[in-house]
Ligand binder design. Structure first.
Ligand SMILES: *Cc1c(COP(=O)(O)O)cnc(C)c1O
Length: 475
């Protein structure tokens, strides 16, 4: 299996890479995102055989189609080490919760940080450790977080050999629970840095440090953001697992509704569908930050400025642009790398938007690729949290509530709708209290985490001071 960039001008493109070459990389050198050269096809006999597999072995089967430069036995061990009941709380790993006939929640948030990012990040931690050991290299992950991503990355990389994590976050702006989740990690290879500033200051630091190419090379600076192909690939597995749990036979179809921000989660659904998984619709659910809903309604992709990006009660979906979206557009345009490069490399940077509304390809987003979309407001989410509790006795978090609200608008008779549960309510307790008048349940292992000892240093947004810290840690 080879990987190409979404901005590669020729077919077949000059630059083709294998999995382990792109594992530790971010963007392709031309600014595009990596995708497999073709999507492996899963036939009915294979899907039937997979029905009986434990999650870790299903993951191995799917990953094997994309990874041919790690020996099969090693890859199987990595999958079994990652997807355990001890780490994910249940033997099913992603159990389906039936709300009523034809409506299910797929639980993706029982990992260490109680959000779906653990599903991919836990695998990434093990893949990084394996590949770095094989190469005899080290990696310093330097990132910025306002919550879920940084915490999932730290929990995945803690104690891993060859990896250090330097994670900046805006000082005092995360919830006490989120702060405790990150700052209570006392591992030597985890560096929590609270920046006296806002999230944008943290992102600017990451840009400045990664933009110093000599420093980046010397100190092996890397990232774990959602454009990493390995993360997306790991997410493909739970679409298969959800389908298998919801159906008896391969003649049945299901739809998924996915609370979306950067389009990473639902892009994995698109890949699963391209592999032949019988998915009817992929419903993209957004909050007030409706970049994606606007595109699927009108064909206009318009990135938002900071002033135009709302702080909402589903903060992990508060995005100004959808960083994985380029992958889908590349497929939608018949894998035309030159056009994709023009849209994302020229039109978006210059005009902040592009418009495919009049392009015949746009209609295919729905007709051929199964996409639909919708959005929710804060009031919609409160109402959904309330009605889900009253009707089914289930408390959902704000992101999942967004998904459920939009899912209701797209249900079809005879097609089960699976809503991806992307976080547990305890992470967003304030809104649960607003909706239900009571605190959400806290899993036993999180009781009292706010008072655990913390390891964090507070620093000014000073590029040189951050570089010095990294250099010292590597000395
Ligand atoms: C990251 C995140 C999302 C959005 O996922 P994307 O892959 O960015 O679309 C939704 N819900 C929660 C809880 C998240 O942490």
């Amino acid at each position: 299996m080879h990987y190409i960039s979404t901005r590669a001008p020729h077919t077949p493109p000059a630059e083709r890479k294998r999995f382990c070459e792109i594992l530790l990389e971010g963007l392709a050198p031309d600014g595009g995102l990596y995708l497999p050269e073709t999507y492996p096809q899963v036939d009915a006999a294979t899907l039937t055989r997979w029905r009986g597999l434990p999650y870790a072995d299903l993951a191995f089967e799917i990953l094997s189609l994309y990874v041919d430069d790690i020996p099969a036995d090693d890859l199987r061990v990595l999958c079994r080490k990652t997807y355990t009941e001890a780490v994910f709380g249940t033997a099913a790993i992603v159990p389906l919760k039936k709300l009523e006939d034809g409506l299910y929640l797929e639980a993706l948030s029982n990992g260490p940080t109680l959000a779906f990012k653990d599903m991919a990040m836990q695998l990434l931690g093990n893949l990084f450790e394996y590949e770095l050991a094989r190469r005899g290299e080290e990696l310093n992950i330097f990132g910025a977080t306002s919550g879920d991503t940084g915490s999932a990355a730290e929990h995945a990389m803690r104690g891993k050999k060859g990896v250090r994590v330097f994670m900046t976050s805006p000082d005092g702006r995360m919830s006490p629970f989120q702060q405790a989740q990150m700052f209570s990690l006392l591992d030597d290879n985890i560096y929590n840095i609270a920046i006296t500033g806002v999230f944008d200051d943290c992102q600017d630091l990451v840009k400045a440090v990664s933009g110093d190419l000599e420093f980046k090379r010397k100190y092996k600076i890397g990232t774990v953001n959602s454009i990493n192909w390995a993360r997306l690939m790991a997410q493909v597995v739970y679409y298969f697992a959800g389908y298998i749990q919801a159906t008896q036979a391969n003649s049945e179809r299901v739809s998924f509704t996915v609370p979306s921000g950067n389009f990473g989660n639902v892009c994995a659904g698109h890949v699963a569908r391209m592999m032949g998984l019988p998915i009817d619709r992929l419903v993209v659910a957004t909050n007030e930050n409706d970049v994606l809903d606007e595109f699927f309604r009108t064909g206009v992709y318009r990135v938002r400025g900071t002033a135009d990006t709302h702080e909402t009660s589903s903060p992990s979906m508060d995005i100004s642009k959808a960083s994985n979206f380029e992958r889908f557009v590349f497929d939608l345009l018949g894998r035309d790398g030159a056009r994709t490069a023009d849209l994302f490399g020229a039109q978006v940077p210059r005009q902040g938007r592009f418009d495919l509304g009049a392009d015949p390809a746009f209609a295919q987003a729905a007709s051929r690729y199964g996409f639909a979309s919708g959005k929710s407001t804060h009031q919609n989410r409160l109402d959904t949290i309330r009605s889900t509790w009253q009707k089914y006795g289930v408390v959902v978090d704000t992101h999942t509530a967004d998904g459920l609200k939009v899912a209701q608008e797209h249900r079809q008779a005879g097609v089960p709708m699976l809503v991806l549960e992307t976080a547990l309510p305890i992470k967003f307790a304030a809104t649960i209290v607003e909706a239900l008048g009571r605190e959400p349940e806290r899993p036993a292992q999180f009781v009292g985490i706010e008072v655990l000892p913390k390891k964090v240093r507070v620093m000014a947004p000073d590029v040189q001071a951050i570089k010095d810290l990294i250099a010292q840690a590597c000395a």
